[in-house]
Every structure is written in C-alpha cells, then in structure tokens.
Unconditional design. Structure first.
Length: 375
C-alpha cells in the first residue's frame, strides 16, 4: 500500500480568486521567496473550490488574508497560478488548512516548500493535519526501506519476504489506528482515515463517520465518508456475503450459494486475465488449493474480464482447476459492485454459512489462516 497524504477526494479539488477588507487578518505571516506574488485563500468543495480572498505578498514577504473561513472543512492557501496535481500529491504551491471562522492563523512559509510550513499556530485542526502528513510520509519511507531490505536479503524466500512485509505493513496500520482513536472527534481524523486500508478497518471507519456526522452534520466530505462506509459495510468481515449468480465458462449460471455447499471454507477470489498482480499471485493460489482442497477449501474465482477468450485462456494457462464465473462486466461486474471491489487481486474467505471471515488475505497469511481452520 502507498500512503499519500492528499487522498483522491482532496487532490481533484485544487482550483481559483477575490478580495475583501477587514481590520484583523484571518491568516497572516511571511513567505520567504514569495515577494510580489499573489496568494489565494480558497475553500475546498467536493467537486470544485471557492476563492474567499486574495492578497499580494509585500517586499518583505509579509501577507495578510483578511476574510475568515466559514464552517470547519478543508481550505487551501495557493501561491501563484494553478499547477497540475502530480502522482505524488497536490502541487507544491498548495498548503492545506483545516479551519473555521473562530481561528486566527499565523504561518511562516518558504516558497520552495510551500506545502510544508516552517511554523504554524492558531489552528488546532491544521496542526493535527500536519501530524497526519508526517505520519503518512514516515509510513511511506519505512515501507520503501523495508521493501528494499527484503529484496536484497538472500536469506528470505519470496514467501517469507512477503510475510514479513505484510506484518510490517500491519504494524504501521495499527499506529494510524491508534492515532485516530486518540483523536476521535477531530476533523483531521477524516484525513487520517484516507491512509488506512478501508477494507480492514470498516468498524473504525463506521465509528469515526458517526462521530464526525454528529459534530459536522452539514459537511459534504463527512457525508461522502458515510456513503463510502455504507458501501463497505455491504461486505464487511462478520456480515453475510451478498449472493449472486453469473455465467460459468460454459455459459451456465453458477451462484455463490452453489459453491458454499462444496466446502468448509470458500475463497471468493476477484481477478482478471489482464491483471498482472493477479497472474503473479495465481501460482501461489494453485499451491494453496492443492494443499487444502482435500481438507475442505473451495475457491470461486470471479473474473473482471471483458473478453471471454482472454478469460478462458488465462484459466487454462495458469492451471486454475476450481470454480469460475464472469459476467464480462469489467469493473461494472455485478459481484464487484456487491462487494465494493475496486482493486484486484481481492478476496473474501467465507464459511459454509456465507459469513465473511476475512477480507483480502494472500500468500503465507492466507495459508496460515487456512491451516488454523482446516488442519
């Protein structure tokens, strides 16, 4: 997993200008290297942004944004004209603030690293947002370091390296969970949730969404979080798996209920012939199936392919001898919609009653769970 502090629902909001006059500045400070440039204060909305104020930075780098924020939500200071977002985050001339009309913010900035304030005071939620940013950057750096270390260590097999990496990744996720639990009620928890694996933290997302909804009932970003949690809850661990029926390779209907009757544990596996990580995972899945089939494991693979020939050829090439189905609907496939699947490979481990026991487990982690249940 890659942790980026500006989540998808913030990145696309970065746009536009105005002016105002008040005696006391809402945001004031100094920007080293910003002399003569224009500074814009903008409120972020789900599909756009709204400029609240603007000012020109003086010859000493000082500025004063007069117009106050409105309700608590995401805002931004933008230095100069618009820049395109990058794959690594928001443009470098953007500083995100979490604030409302009750605050008075003082900030010291450097134009070369505008997104990373030298000093900021007067905005508790913006400071918490900075903590989330640091947490995400640290997570990225530590995961990259661990990944490089495991790749170059000859003492670990591929499976052992994967197990260690997953365990390390989970430890970082627990740190993020602890931060969110320690700051429940803060608006910044909304951003912290964006660097968690949502599928593994549905309960925490649900709790946080309810608290934020009570604190900020009119906020559109909180409303979007609640909508996303509702979708995730459709196939959360501990709930009953949604039933569906799709064509098998011969064109006959095959339903999840049919496969549930075939084993003690059912792995519902989402994949596609065009998905390289899925194809790389398939040899491991074949070994897992050979080890546990006689002990009660069954697999039902749902393909998100669009072309039947490609799907059938991949089944044959990879030696996948279990149950298969696909409506050839790509990402709009009915099972993917029911299970809120937006990345593959993706899987769910079910018991005979159709209860979801685990979600998105692979490699040695999957083998260990199966061994605990079946051996």
């Amino acid at each position: 997993m890659s942790y980026r502090i500006f989540s998808a629902f913030i990145l696309f909001l970065l746009f536009a200008c105005g002016n105002s006059t008040q005696k006391e500045a809402f945001i004031s400070g100094r920007i080293e290297g910003g002399q003569g440039q224009w500074l814009y204060f903008e409120k972020l909305l789900p599909e756009s942004s709204k400029t609240l104020d603007s000012c020109q930075i003086d010859g000493e780098g000082k500025f004063a944004i007069q117009k106050a924020a409105e309700d608590m939500t995401f805002y931004r200071l933008r230095l100069g004209p618009e820049k395109r977002s990058t794959n690594f985050g928001a443009p470098d001339n953007i500083l995100i603030l979490l604030t409302d009309s009750t605050e008075s913010i003082r900030v010291e900035l450097n134009a070369a690293r505008f997104y990373d304030p030298v000093h900021l005071e007067g905005s508790r939620e913006s400071l918490l947002f900075g903590e989330v940013q640091e947490m995400a950057e640290s997570a990225n750096a530590r995961l990259d370091s661990m990944r490089r270390s495991l790749r170059t260590n000859p003492n670990y097999s591929q499976e052992e390296a994967q197990t260690r990496f997953v365990a390390f990744q989970e430890s970082i996720q627990l740190e993020i969970v602890a931060w969110i639990e320690a700051h429940q009620g803060a608006f910044a928890t909304l951003q912290a949730l964006s660097i968690l694996d949502p599928n593994q933290n549905v309960a925490l997302l649900d709790t946080t969404a309810k608290i934020l909804s009570a604190n900020y009932p009119e906020n559109p970003f909180v409303a979007r979080l609640s909508e996303n949690v509702a979708k995730l809850s459709q196939a959360a661990v501990g709930t009953k798996a949604p039933m569906f029926s799709i064509p098998d390779p011969e064109g006959s209907p095959i339903g999840l209920q049919d496969v549930l009757n075939k084993g003690k544990l059912i792995l519902l596996d989402f994949w596609a012939s065009w998905c390289r990580p899925c194809r790389q995972e398939n040899p491991n899945l074949v070994k897992t199936y050979q080890r546990f089939k006689s002990k009660g494991l069954e697999i039902f693979s749902v393909s998100l392919d669009r072309e039947k020939d490609a799907w059938l050829n991949a089944i044959k090439e990879d030696g996948l001898t279990w149950y298969h189905g696909s409506d050839l609907g790509f990402w709009n496939a009915e099972p993917a919609r029911l299970y809120n699947v937006n990345t593959i490979p993706h899987n769910f481990l079910l018991d005979q009653d159709g209860t979801i026991l685990y979600r998105n487990i692979h490699g040695e982690q999957l083998n260990q769970i199966l061994a605990d249940h079946l051996e």
